[in-house]
Design a protein around this ligand. Structure first.
Ligand code: AKB
Length: 329
């Protein structure tokens, strides 16, 4: 129930998801519709064609860079919570840094301003392990440590964390955030990240085709299976306000593995599977990120605990993926 601002007397939560058709959005929107009811959730995306993905909730076309359209929609619908998921990710961001900065930063500031102006109940905004950089401790990376991101995506996420904390401290905006590791799911495709290989590899495995990996075999990265990421997001958003003690963004860990290890895990289920390695510019990005994350603050503050490890994830994905993405011959 909305409790603040112009929404004081609003009897129901109304959730706006920006960038709902993306990898995280398409699964999180479903979970939000399950929690709040489909009529209370508005999925939005740039493309009208994305509406077919949301038969279970409402859908509106929205360009988050259109500040006036965003404000008008929030006010007309008496939105109480915004999940702002639209972003240009690490690999795509390096191809057009100016655009990545503009989209990632301007859209966040529009949402935070709107939250302040309208007294919205809660805002969710994802951060990433990309906030870390070459000077960051590489293993069990702590919550608070040196951060010198060297991608425009990482720079924008680090600046965004600062803005979230600022709007909380200065204006009391209840904004919550997680530093996601690489997210791996079977229901949707990733778009332009450095960790995308760990999704693509399963598609090749079910198609019985060899996989060419753009990272070297011993490149460890923090990763998480999508059901864990959805659970973490809802746990954080449903936690009492006082429990959320970090208002920049929480470290979050699921598992950590290398291409060699995910290949071995898949090979247990698909014995003929083959891999080869052909590095590209994403290797340097991966090398600047941590191998593994210390998420003890998330555990202590709001009880975070992941459920999946590499083998249980592989089994689950290989079982369900063909129904979502039939293998191409
Ligand atoms: C990326 O690889 O850019 C993302 C991320 C780790 O935030 N998946």
């Amino acid at each position: 129930m909305a409790t603040t601002g112009y929404l004081k007397d609003h009897p129901m939560d109304k959730i706006l998801v920006i960038g709902a058709a993306g990898q995280l959005g398409s699964e999180l929107t479903r979970a939000l519709a399950d929690q709040f009811g489909g009529d209370q959730v508005i999925a939005t995306d740039l493309r009208a064609a994305a509406s077919v993905q949301f038969p279970y909730c409402r859908f509106e076309v929205l360009d988050v860079m259109d500040k006036d359209a965003l404000g008008a929609l929030v006010k007309k619908e008496r939105v109480t919570q915004i999940y702002h998921l639209a972003a240009v990710l690490s690999a795509t961001g390096e191809k057009n840094p100016q655009f990545a900065w503009q989209l990632n930063m301007d859209s966040l500031l529009y949402v935070l301003e709107l939250a302040k102006e309208c007294g919205l109940d809660k805002i969710y905004w994802p951060s990433s392990i990309a906030v870390f950089g070459p000077s960051t401790p590489k293993t069990h990376t702590p919550q608070f440590c040196e951060k010198d991101p060297n991608t425009v995506y990482g720079i924008s996420k680090l600046a965004g964390e600062g803005w979230c904390n600022y709007y909380f401290e200065k204006y009391g905006v209840d904004v919550r955030s997680l530093r996601y590791p690489g997210l791996i799911g079977y229901k949707s495709l990733p778009g332009g990240g450095t960790t995308d290989y760990a999704v693509d590899i399963y598609h090749k495995a079910i198609a019985n085709k060899p996989f060419t990996c753009f990272l070297s075999e011993d490149t460890y990265l923090p990763m998480m299976y999508m059901p864990d990421a959805i659970k973490a997001t809802l746990d954080l958003m449903n936690a009492p306000k006082e429990a959320v003690k970090i208002r920049s963004s929480y470290n979050l860990a699921g598992m950590s593995f290398s291409p060699k290890e995910i290949f071995a895990s898949i090979k247990k289920e698909v014995p003929n599977f083959e891999i080869n390695y052909q590095g590209d510019f994403r290797q340097a990005i991966a090398d600047s990120w941590p191998d593994s994350i210390d998420d003890s603050r998330a555990q202590a503050d709001w009880g975070w605990k992941p459920s999946y490890d590499l083998d249980s994830m592989s089994k689950d994905i290989l079982k369900h993926l063909p129904a979502f993405f039939p293998p191409q011959s």
